[in-house]
Ligand binder design. Structure first.
Ligand SMILES: OC[C@H]1O[C@H](O[C@H]2O[C@H](CO)[C@@H](O)[C@H](O)[C@H]2O)[C@H](O)[C@@H](O)[C@@H]1O
Length: 670
């Protein structure tokens, strides 16, 4: 028996990973058939596979040809989050189908949930299912499962179940059940436990290795689920996983994703990218509560070898609002409705208490800690879990919440479900707007969550203006209770303040913060949220300055280049590149907008998934993956380009003399 040698498998490019999920969690699968990241059963559970963050020590679950020179090619099955990896050689072909079964993709399955509790258990078993089959010829395959519970911090044991039907793996805290279906039919099937080659005995994790040759038509199914105890995990395998019909569940899961995406009402250009982005965003929702994670990973670095490594498996009010905004644009109102319930159930008594981010069940405490035993992706230390940004004050979140609810209302969300803004939700929004009235002039940490001294960030002030503006519109249109006179006064005050202190006439741009000369890409949002017209000379020159000074040679945008209190650098920030595209489109510079967008799309990898950033030198994806922010921005940019094209076409139509004459005639007839 030889030890498991994982030394030769290096880190895979971030953008090469396929991602599957079940709206409880998501896992990352490399093209070589290896699950390198899995937190089960929930997004914020400790990782049981984390080779992504430590190539040697981290656990993984790989199904691949024994000849590891045969490459795998991944694709999603049409309109779904079911991933297929195909390994083809002269001798034969195997196809690996990976999915996480879903019973329903309804955004709001737990309506009966008591408003004051987050502890509802839906009782169903969330699992990761891997079906490997030989489609022609024959091919020896090797399956290696090295689970490293609790982020590989402790040691684990494997207990094999009789007749190669599965195993239970546990570190005493996390208990993994593995079912193997179909093994007994296959001649030459072998299963053994292989010891870990690690140096530290207290951190050893044996692996389970299966060897078999699959012939045309033969297949094996591996299913993983988590038990609350060792006994429960054993029971899970023996009494549940081994009896489930995963072929039927695959068909049902495909049906659910396809049914969900069929609700999209987008028929503009780049439709395939928009659909994929919508599927990614939906995958990042946490069904039991209506929350959304910013990304399903932690500590994928913003700079290779750097310290900018953060945990994104939480719900930022900002990211969630932006996400719902994008989904609403596409016609998905159910997710926005679930989010309004999520908001109502958060624990806070006023704006002061409102955090910028919460755990997916509304947890307030997200203590940040480092995991020194993991070397980090390509040596990017530290690996962090938890996020200290939870304690920051970021004034923009008020505007983002108000804007999201505003759009939901304008899209008829409340009427559709026979609900009203009036009542507890309006009480909450009103108290947030009142809080903004009293605190908008205070410094904060800004949208980028800077860890240095608080400052007067321009974007934060502008979003305070948005909170007032949207609050006023709701109060006026629905005749809701509000201190309107005060709200009008403060709204105008904030606008005047930003125009006086946020725009620097010498450099000709809105700046990052008051009295600073630094540029900041967040100001590209000013026309998008209606603070200033896109063709206002101040905005035009801000866009020009950003294009001159805040982009790399491909025209991709950095969020800022100023000091942020952290060592090292980062890549271009993709949401910012999209905001530039939106501005160009709104200014009527459609050719530039389109070519930048199309250039950006070429960085989406084989599967059309994006992380947070792009490295300006290597052109590789950087940061957590896939990131909601980026997929939101892609949807919005495609939509904005579409709208701009329609406006232009309309204008051209009206300026053609014959059509213009017909239209004039029509108007006269009316
Ligand atoms: O760059 C420093 C900060 O980076 C993270 O924040 C970024 O991601 C958040 C989630 O997508 C997003 O809301 C924020 O605008 C981004 O700057 C990290 O979470 C922070 O802890 C960190 O300070």
């Amino acid at each position: 028996m030889v030890g498991l040698n994982t030394k030769n498998r290096s880190y895979q490019p971030i953008g090469s990973y396929g991602v599957i999920g079940d709206c409880h969690s998501a896992v990352l699968i490399a093209p070589d058939g290896s699950v390198d990241w899995a937190c089960l059963p929930d997004f914020d559970s400790p990782a049981i596979f984390c080779r992504l963050l430590d190539a040697r020590r981290g656990g993984f679950f790989q199904i691949a040809p024994t000849d590891n020179t045969i490459p795998g090619v991944q694709r999603y099955l049409r309109d779904s989050n079911v991933l297929q990896t195909r390994f083809t050689s002269i001798g034969g072909e195997i196809v690996l189908t990976d999915f996480m079964p879903v019973e329903s993709l309804e955004a709001w399955p737990y309506r009966g949930l008591n408003n004051n509790t987050w502890s509802y258990e839906d009782g169903s078993c969330h699992s990761l299912v891997r079906i490997v089959e030989c489609t022609h010829g024959e091919l020896p395959i090797t399956v290696t499962l090295k689970a490293t519970p609790n982020y590989a911090a402790t040691t684990s044991q494997i207990e094999l179940l009789p007749n190669a039907t599965g195993a239970v793996i546990s570190d005493g805290q996390q208990h993994i059940g593995l079912a193997i279906i179909g093994a007994y039919r296959l001649p030459g099937f072998s299963l053994e436990i292989v010891p870990d080659e690690g140096e530290e005995p207290e951190k050893l994790h044996p692996a389970l290795v299966v060897q078999v040759t699959l012939r045309e038509g033969e297949r094996l199914i591996f299913a993983i689920g988590m038990g609350r105890s060792l006994r429960a995990a054993r029971k899970l395998v023996e009494q549940e996983l081994l009896q489930r019909d995963f072929t039927a569940e695959l068909a049902h899961t495909l049906h659910c994703w396809r049914r969900w995406i069929s609700g999209i009402n987008y028929d503009g250009p780049y439709a395939e990218w928009v659909r994929r982005s919508a599927l990614v965003l939906k995958m990042m929702t946490y069904a039991p509560t209506g929350a959304l994670v910013a990304a399903p990973t932690t500590s994928l670095p913003e700079e290779i070898g750097g310290v900018r490594n953060w945990d994104y498996r939480f719900t930022w009010l900002r990211d969630a609002s932006f996400t719902l905004y994008a989904l609403l644009v596409l016609g998905f109102t159910d997710e926005a409705r679930a989010f309004t319930y999520w908001l109502r159930r958060l624990s806070y008594s006023n704006g002061e208490d409102l955090q910028v981010m919460y755990g997916i069940r509304g947890e307030r405490e997200l203590p940040e800690q480092e995991l020194p035993h993991l070397e980090g992706y390509c040596g990017s230390r530290p690996v962090r879990i938890g996020n200290a940004a939870a304690d920051q004050k970021q004034m923009d979140v008020f505007g983002e919440i108000l804007d999201c609810i505003h759009l939901y209302r304008r899209r008829g969300g409340f009427e559709r479900y026979g609900e009203k803004l009036e009542g507890p939700l309006w009480e909450m929004l009103r108290s947030l707007v009142d809080y903004v009235c009293a605190h908008w002039h205070e410094p904060d940490r800004g949208i980028w969550e800077m860890r240095g001294e608080p400052r007067h960030y321009v974007y934060s002030k502008v979003m305070c203006w948005v909170a007032l503006d949207r609050g006023i519109r709701a109060a006026e249109q629905l005749h809701l209770e509000a201190d309107l006179l005060r709200w009008y006064r403060v709204r105008d005050q904030i606008r005047a303040d930003v125009l006086a202190h946020g725009y620097n006439t010498e450099i000709g741009a809105f700046t990052q913060s008051y009295a600073s000369t630094a540029l900041d890409a967040s100001n590209l949002l000013l026309p998008l949220i209606g603070f200033i017209p896109a063709d206002d000379p101040r905005m035009r020159s801000t866009v020009d300055r950003i294009m001159e000074q805040l982009t790399d040679e491909h025209g991709f945008v950095y969020r800022y280049l100023s000091e942020d209190g952290l060592p090292g650098h980062e890549g271009t920030f993709t949401i910012c590149t999209c905001w530039l595209i939106d501005n160009l489109a709104m200014q009527g510079r459609l050719g530039e907008a389109r070519s930048l967008f199309e250039r950006l799309l070429t960085y989406g990898g084989n599967l059309g998934l994006f992380s947070e950033e792009i490295d300006s030198h290597t052109r590789m994806a950087l940061g957590n993956y896939p990131q909601a922010f980026t997929h939101i921005a892609l949807i919005n940019s495609a939509y904005n380009l579409y709208k701009a094209e329609q406006r232009l076409a309309e204008r051209d139509r009206c300026t053609q003399p014959v059509i213009a004459a017909i239209q004039l005639q029509k108007k006269t007839d009316e």
